[in-house]
Design a protein around this ligand. Structure first.
Ligand SMILES: [Zn+2]
Length: 250
């Protein structure tokens, strides 16, 4: 965590202003929106007019990554480490809220890590393929600009950071969990880069998306644990429209 001292308090206020915190939920804790099969359009704006951007926005996520409009290596550096976080668990949600002091620098902007959450299967696709699990590391700059680093996992060797989260899940919402985020992020930070949105309502745009080219591994048991906790949690692929999508050079 080499730039720890440079990181101001993460802007949770900005995050909630962007609508990322909870989404709307009824009193019984049920969401007022639902996933489809991951391919059929969800039409979330029909459920709640606050979600208009989900269907009317032209910069939505996730997308198919194998349609790059440019090749280039994004200047990205990251400083993640071992830190004590809190579980946030709910319907379709397994998340770890992280303490300040970690993050990434993308394009000379410092993005403070706020939380990591998961989807099964992955939301972004590569040549039509979705991986069984993805982590979304959600960050914000001090002015509230959101930036996400997406990491995909395929079946293979167990990941120690994921294991810490799996082991902590029974503690439930608010439970303590210590995770070394550096174990979840590939050493090679070649990324696909584009401007997109939150992938859940209210689908707010102007999110700086980075999806790592390197796919990490998780054990079949770890993948099964996340699938069991999350269920189907991948939004349908959204049109690229006229956005710039930069793919890494290798
Ligand atoms: Zn996500």
């Amino acid at each position: 965590m080499k730039f720890k001292t440079a990181i101001a308090a993460a802007s949770l206020t900005a995050l909630s202003a962007a609508g990322i915190a909870t989404g709307a939920a009824a009193a019984d804790g049920q969401l007022d929106w639902k996933y489809t099969d991951g391919m059929t359009a969800e039409r979330w704006s029909n459920a709640n007019s606050d979600y208009a951007a989900c269907d009317a926005g032209a910069m939505q996520s996730p997308i198919e990554l194998d349609q790059a409009s440019a090749i280039g290596d994004v200047k990205l550096s990251a400083a993640y480490g071992n830190a004590a976080g809190k579980l946030a668990i709910g319907t379709h949600k397994v998340q770890v809220d992280t303490p300040t002091g970690q993050g990434m620098i993308s394009g000379d902007r410092l993005f403070n890590l706020l939380q990591v959450h998961f989807h099964t299967p992955s939301e972004h696709a590569v040549s039509g393929k979705r991986y069984p699990l993805t982590a979304h590391l959600v960050h914000a700059t001090s002015d509230g600009t959101l930036g996400v680093l997406g990491i995909m996992f395929e079946a293979g060797a167990a990941n120690p950071a994921l294991q810490n989260i799996v082991d902590a899940m029974p503690r439930g919402n608010g439970g303590d969990v210590t995770v070394d985020m550096s174990d979840m992020v590939p050493a090679d930070l070649s990324v696909h880069r584009y401007m997109g949105s939150l992938t859940t309502p209210p689908c707010s745009e102007n999110v700086n998306w980075h999806v790592a080219e390197t796919v990490m591994t998780a054990s079949p048991a770890q993948i099964a644990a996340f699938e069991g906790a999350l269920g189907m949690t991948a939004r349908s692929l959204q049109p690229l429209n006229n956005r710039l999508l930069v793919a890494p050079s290798k």
